[in-house]
Design a protein around this ligand. Structure first.
Ligand code: NAP
Length: 270
């Protein structure tokens, strides 16, 4: 019998590529998104069920999971992918944007996970993949919100893996580097604000991110890493995706805080 994966944020980018990859590997896919009526591509694929799921709406989470189990009988893996980036000086952020960032990337991820765990516990089986980021292990300037959420995802996942072991469930963390998706455009909440003191840093960060020498990977590469994390049968917790992820996270591990921050500041021209 084919296995089944439920993916959040499958409307674009990494989530969509992951839905396609699992489907191509013979899995049943519950591709969840806020607006399934806008999809024009995934609904053509066999053994793929579109479900409405907004991670900020607990009843939509419960319903999508129930519908998925009713359709395919069982869910074997969950990919918590839905999320977006909020960047800018902390001072520039309205409180609602701060709450929305943490509710989406952290509380939403916990709500989806908490809702599916009883099913996994009953089956004594399941894999939970949480999409973190290189930004869950290191930070770029002006990312106190985004990195706050991804550091939280790392801590939540790492601790959760101990209790999930008790019920036969694996937890995996995937840390992509820069990936060509809607992350930097439609999904980006950038609040530059109008405080003069921060504008040079904002300009320097934009220049650093737009450097044509940056390595940017395709979402299909992350999809392959996620598939491997779900199917490799090991207890490995962390997986990186992208050459830049390897370079940056190896550097972060090898260097002292001071040396690493000096390197990052140099890239910002400081
Ligand atoms: N791209 C990168 O460089 C990069 C690097 C590291 C980690 N990541 C992580 O990868 C994940 C996916 O991002 P992406 O790069 O693929 O960007 P993306 O193409 O913009 O996809 C983001 C997805 O999250 C969904 N989403 C946002 N808020 C949601 C909510 N409240 N409920 C349900 N879905 C919601 C979006 O749905 P709508 O279509 O409805 O907006 C969209 O499907 C995120 O967790 C991100 O932090 C990305």
């Amino acid at each position: 019998m084919s296995k089944t994966v439920l993916i959040t944020g499958a409307s674009s980018g990494i989530g969509k590529a992951t839905a396609i990859h699992f489907q191509q590997q013979g899995w049943n896919v519950i591709a969840t998104m806020r607006s399934p009526e806008k999809d024009t591509e995934l609904n053509k694929l066999e053994n793929l069920q579109l479900e409405k799921l907004d991670v900020l709406d607990v009843s939509s989470i419960e319903q999508a999971i129930l519908n998925g189990i009713a359709k395919f009988g069982k869910i074997d893996a969950l990919v918590n992918n839905a999320g977006y980036g909020a960047y800018g000086p902390l001072e520039s952020f309205p409180r609602e944007n701060i709450i929305r960032q943490f509710n989406t990337n952290v509380i939403g991820l916990m709500d989806v996970t908490k809702t599916i765990i009883p099913h996994f516990r009953q089956n004594k089986d399941g894999v939970i993949v949480n999409i973190s980021s290189i930004g869950g292990q290191m930070t770029f300037a002006l990312g106190s919100l985004y990195h706050g959420t991804k550091f939280a995802v790392e801590g939540i996942s790492e601790s959760l893996h101990f209790e999930m072991k008790e019920i036969g469930v694996k937890v995996k963390i995937v840390e992509p580097g820069f990936i060509a998706t809607d992350f930097g455009s439609r999904s980006f909440d950038f609040q530059a604000g109008n405080i003069e003191d921060y504008q040079p840093l904002i300009g320097a960060l934009m220049k650093q991110w737009q450097n044509p020498n940056n390595i940017v990977s395709q979402p299909s590469l992350v999809a392959e890493v996620i598939f491997n994390a779900v199917t490799d049968g090991t207890n490995q917790l962390r997986y990186r995706a992208g050459e830049d992820a390897d370079f940056l996270l190896d550097s972060r591990k090898k260097m002292t805080d001071t040396a690493f921050f000096e390197m990052m500041n140099k890239q910002l021209g400081n």
